[in-house]
Write a protein that binds this ligand. Structure first.
Ligand code: HSE
Length: 308
């Protein structure tokens, strides 16, 4: 019987100003899927750990088995598969939890079938998983989770995805406040129309951020990490958001923003020690308000999913 174990990473979607078009992969946390081929024609979900009993056990509804079925259907394959999912990151946290699970599942089944699809070819399938998870097939979590590194989705139709360079030694200090915000809800509250004056500021910053990453210009990256459209609305859902931003910036962050749809926030730092100090201060601040948090400090993950 053939088996494989795949780790797929958490991601920071949007990277501040790039709503739905920018995302980066973290080295930690992430989810693990173990998959076995068998002689049946069934896809079964044999074990889920780390979800506190909250994820659907029905293979038609669980994101991992659903994308595995979608993969096999797309390739016209009938194959018995049993799946184990080990959740190693919180849900509804803004860290791309469902994307990590879906990507781990897709990379695992693709590997077991002899890797007929490249990681880039798996992307549209992973986006379908995202549609199942939150009702919208955005790619700014699944693309970096699949490809690693920092990714730009220049266009959705046709899909045009570009891996960007970035300076070495960047660290993401991520704080997950213990408040749950489902992505679907955090998308519903956004405006559907924006003034051109806000759009001008936003595309100036997105272009500045991409230019900053290309030229390794830390100051340009920092001053481009400003979101005039999404953050002001979602910040209201995150306890102490502006106090956390001020604290992070006063303590040496390059920039600060909401990770994905929140409530996690992240400080981009140019060294590990600064990230560690900022995380301590942010979690202390929330503790005083009676809010618990998880801290993650990670470089950008260049490799993407790991097959074991
Ligand atoms: N770009 C998406 C959003 C990411 O901000 O809604 C969700 O994780």
């Amino acid at each position: 019987m053939k088996s494989v174990e795949v780790f797929a990473p958490a991601t920071i979607a949007n990277v501040s100003c790039g709503y739905d078009v920018l995302g980066l992969a973290l080295e930690t946390p992430g989810d693990k899927v173990v998959m076995h081929l068998n002689e049946s024609k069934e896809i079964t979900l044999d074990r889920i750990e780390g979800d506190e009993g909250r994820l659907p056990k029905d293979p038609a509804k669980n994101i991992v088995t659903a994308v595995v079925k979608y993969y096999l259907d797309q390739l016209g394959l009938q194959q018995g598969v049993s799946v184990e999912l080990y959740k190693q990151m919180p849900f509804g946290s803004g860290l791309g939890s469902s994307s990590a699970s879906a990507v781990a599942g897709l990379v695992a089944i693709n590997e077991l079938m002899g890797a007929p699809l490249s990681r880039k070819e798996l992307l549209p399938l992973a986006m379908e998983g995202e549609r199942l998870a939150c009702g919208n097939a955005h790619a700014d979590n699944v693309a970096p989770a699949l490809l690693g590194g920092l990714v730009l989705i220049r266009s959705y139709d046709p899909l045009d995805v570009i891996s960007l360079p970035y300076p070495e030694n960047l660290f993401c200090a991520v704080l997950y406040p213990h408040v749950e915000i489902p992505t679907s809800e955090a998308r519903k509250i956004l405006k559907t129309h924006i003034p051109v004056s806000d759009a001008v500021k936003q595309w100036g910053n997105v272009a500045g951020l991409v230019a900053g990453f290309f030229t390794q210009n830390i100051d340009l990256i920092g001053r481009s990490m400003e979101d005039h459209i999404i953050e002001p609305i979602r910040a209201m859902l995150i306890p102490g958001f502006y106090e956390m931003r001020q604290l992070a910036m006063e303590n040496g962050a390059i920039g600060f923003g909401i990770s994905g749809s929140g409530p996690s926030v992240f400080a981009l730092c140019d060294n590990e020690a600064t990230g560690t100090e900022i995380l301590e201060k942010l979690s202390d601040l929330l503790k005083k308000e009676g809010i618990g948090s998880n801290k993650y400090l990670s470089p950008i993950n260049q490799a993407g999913p790991i097959i074991r």
